[in-house]
Design a protein. Structure first.
Length: 237
């Protein structure tokens, strides 16, 4: 029994750091998504580890992971750098999202059951009713859920994963956009096209729904810089 207990303790000790590292990663990812890590600023790892009350090793692991995912960059002799709030990069991500989601909606039209599409329409109608009392962050969460629910109807996990990754990288710009542009009525038109199995119409509506011109994105990014530089930032050198 003592041997079993020792092994259990060892397993628990091995799991705890992994959970801790994942928690650090999620905290840092939230900071990166919202640009609490300032664009193009050097991340001071010493100050950041103190602020988060974590050791340098799991912090560095999380920063490296975020760099691979496109939320940070790294420069010689400067270390980790906050990602740029770059209009062309955001435009490219929107273009990628548009291509992915028009494909997603066509596949979902073929594979989703009638019951699933009914539930999706009910979700959209409930979202519309929440419009008046919901903040921009809540509206964005509902918006992301709608698009990810359609992706789940494809039964293709890689499409869901790819869409979530794109959504994370444009989350901040979409949050700014949600303050001035409400889109749930577009969602209702899309889901109704799905319910009558009109894949072409659903894809066309989705393409129009996501389409953004570069000048529109530039305008939103101007709002983004104003938001970022009028709030507290994480320590940076």
């Amino acid at each position: 029994m003592a041997h079993v207990t020792a092994n259990s303790a060892a397993r628990e000790a091995a799991v705890r750091p992994a959970r801790g590292a994942e928690h650090i990663y999620e905290r840092l990812k939230t900071m990166a998504i919202t640009f609490a890590i300032r664009p193009d600023a050097r991340v001071n790892e010493v100050e950041l580890s103190k602020a988060l009350n974590v050791s340098r090793t799991p912090l560095r692991e999380a920063l490296n992971r975020l760099m691979v995912e496109g939320f940070l960059t790294r420069a010689p002799n400067r270390g980790f750098i906050g990602r740029s709030l770059d209009a062309k990069q955001i435009y490219d991500l929107y273009e990628l999202r548009q291509a992915l989601e028009t494909c997603v909606v066509r596949i979902a039209c073929k594979r989703a059951s009638d019951e699933e599409l009914t539930r999706l329409e009910d979700f959209v109608k409930a979202s519309i009713k929440r419009r008046e009392r919901a903040e921009a962050a809540d509206l964005l969460a509902l918006d992301e859920q709608f698009h990810e629910r359609i992706a789940e109807l494809t039964r293709n996990r890689e499409m869901v994963r790819a869409l979530k990754a794109i959504n994370s990288r444009i989350h901040f710009v979409r949050w700014l956009d949600m303050k001035r542009r409400y889109t749930q009525q577009d969602h209702l038109r899309i889901v109704r096209a799905l319910r009558v199995r009109d894949a072409s119409k659903a894809a066309s509506l989705m393409e129009e729904h996501i389409s953004r011109r570069l000048d529109q994105i530039v305008d939103v990014i101007r709002m983004g810089f104003a938001e970022i530089y009028t709030r507290d930032q994480v320590p940076a050198k």
